[in-house]
Design a protein around this ligand. Structure first.
Ligand code: GLP
Length: 639
């Protein structure tokens, strides 16, 4: 665990502990909860817990279940109050928080049913006000919350207290923010199905808890965490109100901590050792902060922005600027697989061997094209032996209507060729019946999932063909953890790990491209990356693996910081257009409810990222390209 320096504690307005992983954080917190329950029990008291939903607390709940099963931790004297519930959903709805809590926690514990309290989303509108008051009353009658567990939404909401919620707010009916509804769209199979309202404990209700722990994992939460921790409290960011609480703290993983000043700009909050990556990071920051290209930074710019000691150690600015400029310049290459027969001493990738065997992992079909479609085409054009491995089938992300389209096509085909008795036609007809009989939001049968996975396969083949890869260059691993899992409930096991090891051992790549290293650990991308990480650890001692480089690419949700990039592959406007055309083949993945304002479609996000990075390079004083895809080198041994 990483302890903040005194200076960063001054900047951080709430105690924040950064753990190596979400698992480490959850093990620690579950042990604290067990201790609290034991202490209260010995004093003859109940323990009153405030609980949250979402992906974030799932690991904590798994650990509590483990403690219950393996150490006999009893929840008989525990009373729980959940933060919130979607309004308009009955308890039985697959997406109701009541159901979520029972599936993820309560059904696995010995907690008495009458001790469980979840806001009731089915209360009549006219009774909501009275119901909310009675919820508050019940919390008081139980003796108040001993401990409130929180996650955080990307709007900075806690519970469903969206921006604009006051510090004094109490349990009430609220309207959900657009971003919150978009984030829930995957669970509800489309944004249009996400309820518009919810019942939530208020900020004031939460602040009445005797202690509060907010959890956050993954890079997608980094920006909002940094604001909540370091900016003055404001209604625009409800989580920032936790700053005023005497016993509130944040427990986060490294990726969620990555935008904190102590991590991103450590030289601003204490003296640091000026390693090469730190120098690059700080000079890039300075250039962006004072809005000057790197080569135009002056001694004064350094000394006026807390970097005087860097100047003393490495100055003057002139030489320092040139060193960093050259480093950045050397990240740029049109040869992502290495340039054959060229001096590679300043290139990101080795010249030989050429061609290279390249394995590109795509957690779901579409991820690789979105994250590195331009680079894929380059690798193929430059003669490398590229194989794309789709780790999961992606069936969970295919809307029913798209599956029905496929069923219809098979029906038409078999009609046209009088094949209606054939097994494929029979299968499709079966799936069609199952789809039509399916209750709204119910999970898919294995047959439906199979067909959905096949639709995504076809889209992926078409998309990769547009990047120059023939169908023999695409493999579908259909990892079992995904096929038997649901969102938030993936449990990879030894079979999944062995499948990834087997692929790598067979293909013996010189280059691996992967993504998901900084994502929420319950996400598909993070689970898929973890399997690659484990495979690399297992293969480490094999001779071929020593000559293999692993490159990380980013999804469309988060962008690289320019200082972290080890390889930047630039594209012409024409090449960017080709990438966009390739993405179009993943037509089932288009946004379900496009709105006029803002970038919503995956291809728009990808374009924005690639163009944005080109502008960042331009502003640093490097060449002005149309678009850039970027990669970071990952060293398995040091991970
Ligand atoms: C929902 C819940 C919040 C939760 C947030 C983040 O909006 N009402 O309590 O903190 O989502 O969800 P996740 O943990 O899935 O990122």
């Amino acid at each position: 665990m990483n302890a903040p320096s005194l200076e960063s504690q001054q900047r951080e307005r709430i105690p924040t502990t950064v753990c190596a992983s979400a698992d480490e954080a959850c093990t620690q917190l579950a042990a604290e909860i067990a201790e609290l329950i034991h202490r209260n029990e010995q004093a003859g008291r109940n323990t009153v817990l405030g609980l949250a939903t979402g992906s974030t607390p799932v690991r904590l709940y798994r650990e509590l279940i483990r403690l219950h099963r393996e150490t006999g931790l009893s929840f008989k004297r525990v009373i729980t109050f959940n933060l919130d519930e979607y309004y308009g959903l009955p308890r039985t709805h697959p997406e109701s928080y009541w159901r979520f809590m029972h599936e993820q926690l309560f059904s696995h514990l010995d907690i008495p049913a009458e001790n469980v309290n979840v806001p009731d989303g089915s209360v009549a509108r006219s009774d909501v006000f009275a119901w909310c008051r009675s919820y508050e009353e019940r919390i008081r009658a139980a003796g108040g919350l001993d401990l409130q567990i929180l996650g955080i939404g990307r709007t900075g909401h806690i519970g469903f207290n969206e921006p604009g919620s006051t510090r004094e707010s109490r349990t009430r009916l609220v309207t959900l923010d657009g971003l919150t509804r978009r984030d829930a769209a995957r669970d509800f199979l489309g944004e249009a199905n996400v309820p518009r309202h919810a019942i939530t404990m208020g900020v004031g209700t939460i602040l009445d808890a005797r202690s509060i722990v907010l959890l956050a994992w993954g890079e997608a939460k980094a920006a909002i965490i940094a604001q909540a921790v370091e900016q003055p409290p404001t209604e625009a960011l409800p989580a920032s109100f936790l700053q005023g609480h005497p016993r509130a703290r944040f427990l986060i993983d490294r990726a969620a901590a990555s935008a904190l000043t102590r991590v991103r700009y450590p030289w601003l909050v204490g003296s640091i050792e000026w390693t090469a990556p730190r120098v690059r990071q700080s000079v890039v920051w300075l250039s962006q902060h004072v809005k000057k290209p790197v080569l135009k930074l002056l001694d004064e710019d350094y000394s006026e922005h807390g970097m005087a000691d860097l100047l003393t150690e490495r100055g003057p600015a002139y030489g320092l600027n040139i060193d960093v400029f050259n480093e950045l310049q050397h990240t740029i290459t049109g040869w992502p697989g290495g340039k054959p027969n060229a001096d590679d001493s300043h290139r990101p990738e080795r010249a030989s061997p050429h061609p290279k065997r390249v394995v590109v992992f795509s957690p779901e079909p579409s991820h690789a094209v979105l994250g590195m479609g331009g680079t894929l085409r380059r690798l193929v054009d430059q003669g490398h032996d590229v194989t794309v491995i789709c780790q999961t089938s992606g069936s969970l992300a295919l809307p029913d209507e798209e599956a029905l389209l496929a069923v219809d096509l098979v029906g038409e085909l078999s009609g046209a060729f009088e094949l209606s008795g054939g097994p494929a036609a029979g299968f499709a007809a079966d799936v069609g019946r199952q789809l039509r009989a399916k209750a709204a939001f119910a999970g898919d049968t294995p047959e439906i999932r199979r067909l959905k996975g096949l639709v995504r396969r076809c889209e992926e083949r078409a998309a990769l063909a547009a990047c120059g890869l023939g169908r023999e260059r695409v493999r579908f691993a259909d990892l079992a953890f995904y096929e038997r899992g649901r969102y938030r409930q993936f449990r990879p096991d030894a079979t999944d790990a062995a499948a990834v090891v087997a692929i790598l051992r067979e293909l013996r790549p010189h280059q691996i491209f992967a993504t998901g290293d900084r994502d929420d650990p319950s996400s598909i991308t993070a689970v898929c990356f973890d399997l690659i990480r484990r495979a690399c650890a297992e293969l480490q001692d094999e001779a071929w693996f020593a000559a293999c480089r692993v490159w990380l690419y980013r999804g469309v949700e988060t962008a690289w910081d320019a200082a972290e990039i080890d390889m930047a592959v630039p594209f012409s406007p024409r090449e960017l257009e080709q990438k966009t055309q390739a993405i179009f083949h993943h037509q089932s993945q288009r946004s379900q409810t496009p709105v006029a304002a803002g970038l919503r479609e995956p291809w728009q996000q990808a374009e924005q990222h690639n163009r944005g990075l080109a502008s960042v390079y331009d502003a640093l004083g490097l060449a002005n390209y149309e678009a850039i895809e970027a990669f970071q080198r990952w060293r398995p041994a040091s991970a």
